[in-house]
Design a binder for this molecule. Sequence first.
Ligand code: BES
Ligand code: MN
Ligand code: ZN
Length: 495
Amino acid sequence: MNFEIQKRALSRVIRDDLDALVVLWPSQGGVEGSDKGPISVVVRAAAAHGDFEHKPGAMLTFYAHPGIQARHVVVVCIGEGSAAQVRSAVNAAWGALKSAKIKRLGLHATTEISGKTLQVAACALADASYSYTSTLSKPKPRTLKQVVFSAETVNAELRDALAHTQALVAGIEVAKEWANRPANHATPSLLANAAKAIAKGPAFKCEVMGPKEVTKLGMGAFLAVARGAAEPLRFIVMRYSGAPAAQAPVVLVGKGITFDTGGISIKPAAEMDEMKYDMSGAASVLGVFKALGELKPAINVVGLIPATENMPDGQAVKPGDVVTSMSGQTIEILNTDAEGRLVLCDALTYAERFKPRAVIDIATLTGACVIALGGVRSGLFSSDDALAQALQLAGDASGDACWRMPLDEDYAEGLKSRYADVANVAGRQAGSVTAAKFLQRFASRYPWAHLDIAGTAWRSGAAKGATGRPVGLLLAYLLAQAGPAAAKAASNRRR
Ligand code: BES
Ligand code: MN
Ligand code: ZN
């Protein structure tokens, strides 16, 4: 999918060669008063009859209208133009068009809009027009190929936002693709191949380890989870070097459970298929690296993905087994379904060798987080206030929000074990917090944050599928870390 930006008045856009034109109309102001063109005439007539109230979501659609090149026109009211209003307006407009096989769509703003609003609108269109194809014998690929954004004033901020959005959408679609794929089409080995394919080019490196190397590293917790699986585990290390080597990197750690049966503590059958998404954290790391390759910002980033299935088997780890993690801490595995924290804790220890400025792990970690925050905000846990604040800001700015949760020491009480240094589960209460408390024990050597994306990485129900979150949040954070100067240099390199 390709995005383009043009400085154009509505009177010009109506003569452009487009299949459809979506006009974002504010509740107040806009071109209505001054413009004598066909769209304003229709809007004025409809408003006079009470058929187009200037309220968010109000919509007018017309077809093959004299004086307008685009066959389909949708005028949709964006209220005051907030991100949420723009997102739902674009979704409503696409809903009116989606059966029409639109290839080239114009998106015109009749008022001044911010880069953020442009990004939200473009991401909403990309999301709504996305079509999963990989395992269908008769795939229906998306028809929408080109989105031409236009406004009367187009400044450098909007142009940069568009370039950012183009890369972001590419990254989001990588994340969606891998999270949507059935587990037999997204094994640890296939994830590793995908990582290698994304990490092509001079700024990238990618190393893939198997059971032998992981055993040598002493990753006893990760190995315990992989014991029941016939598919061999992979530990993927990706590196992007956009800044001098002396600059400490940000390390992203993505949970890569390619299928979570629960292991011997097996899950109920209903909706178990959804556990193919249990590598959404890993998928978001792949997505971020895809976007980094397009934007080339001046930062260093490491991506770590511990990837395995969690399966029941004669060889599988059993409840009560005690294993030794790479950190040396012993862990009593009371519940084999709390496997995400086990693969992550060893990756968090491995992260120390990069002397990182920050480590962020991303994981579909707990059902409790789905109960706490639903699909609206990801759970954010952090031992570092500055890091937490930067991530919260990045989430708000990208429309991919998170919410900070507590890490009081009292929450760790239930993790105490008689037979090991720590147990891998506590009681039922505050499940997403106790999971984070477990991880925190392995992340004491650097500023650390944990994103629980169990609720945000996909939608259940009729429209079920991966969302590509939190690629938007992570990319916004990384670009902000690169700093305005670095972002500008990157944007000049692109031009
Ligand atoms: N992958 C699941 C978490 C999950 C549950 C994600 C539902 C998305 C939707 C994780 O490995 C898990 O099974 N967690 C357990 C932890 C429990 C055993 C302490 C859970 O949340 O039930
Ligand atoms: Mn589990
Ligand atoms: Zn899991």
